[in-house]
Design a protein around this ligand. Structure first.
Ligand code: MYP
Length: 238
């Protein structure tokens, strides 16, 4: 197993997207995994439509939540996913206007991955980015670095947010030289939820555009922090 790995270096990850004021994190977690699987298998990276899932995946609840595993199934049943361009994101529940002739990619199954984080890292290197459920408590006020909250502050059993692991590495702290293995996790927030309440000119000027580390979150790898390993899944693409 390498010390670090990052699927962004191999063209398997699209730029950070913004879910806005809609609880569609599950759809972004799903499209992120499908984008990666398709890119690795077909050498084509397409940005895929979350709005199609919000509007047309009747097994999930649109802006009120969902599960990537349901979404993979829904994509297979619908007949595929359209591109972001052809079915753009509006951040609210709309009438489904899926057009099967516009399908960019298809899915024909899914996998539940092991909770062992060494096996997860091995799977990631071999196969691609992983969709996860996580407890988002530590994300609300995340400002960078390797997040490693106490278990009672981030219950691994209370998963409430869908994200995408795109890689992993080890951070050595400056003074004590502590080694902190971490997962590199793609988020779908432009601003953290709490900053949405601040006047835009404060957020724009002081914290820049992106949430976290240019839209990414680094969380401790190896002890099930925030349940990062509890619901790791991937689609299978033909
Ligand atoms: C209200 C929906 C919130 C949304 C994410 C919104 S969010 O904006 O990213 C955010 C997250 C945390 C803090 C603040 C903001 N969360 C979800 O969609 C999460 C994502 C998730 C959870 C666990 C494992 C994997 C993925 N899922 C969920 O919220 N749900 C999972 C499915 C559940 N169904 C109810 C009916 O019976 C079938 C199951 C509905 C709730």
């Amino acid at each position: 197993l390498p010390t670090s790995f990052d699927w962004r270096e191999y063209g398997a990850v699209t730029p950070i997207k913004n879910q806005g004021m809609c609880g569609s994190c599950w759809a972004f977690s799903t499209t992120g995994n499908v984008e990666g699987q398709w890119a690795i298998k077909h050498k084509n990276l397409y940005s895929l439509s979350e709005q199609e899932l919000v509007d047309c995946d009747s097994t999930d609840q649109g802006c009120n939540g969902g599960l990537p595993e349901n979404a993979y199934e829904a994509i297979a049943k619908l007949g595929g996913l359209e591109s972001e361009q052809d079915y753009p994101y509006d951040g609210e529940d709309e009438q489904c206007h899926f057009n099967k002739s516009m399908v960019q990619v298809t899915v024909n199954g899914s996998l539940e991955l092991p909770e062992d984080e060494i096996m997860l890292a091995k799977w990631l290197v071999k196969n691609g980015p992983i969709s996860i459920g996580i407890n988002a408590n530590a994300l609300q006020f995340y400002m960078g670095g390797v997040s490693h909250p106490f278990k009672f502050l981030c219950n691994p059993a209370d998963l409430d947010h869908g994200m995408l692991i795109v890689g992993f590495g080890v951070h050595t702290t400056k003074y004590l030289h502590r080694r902190q293995p971490y997962w590199l996790v793609k988020n779908s927030w432009a601003y953290p939820v709490f900053k949405k309440t601040l006047p835009f000119w404060i957020v724009k000027n002081s914290w820049g555009e992106q949430w976290g580390e240019q839209g990414y979150y680094r969380v401790y790898r190896g002890d099930g922090t925030c349940g990062v390993n509890k619901m790791a899944t991937s689609c299978i693409v033909p």
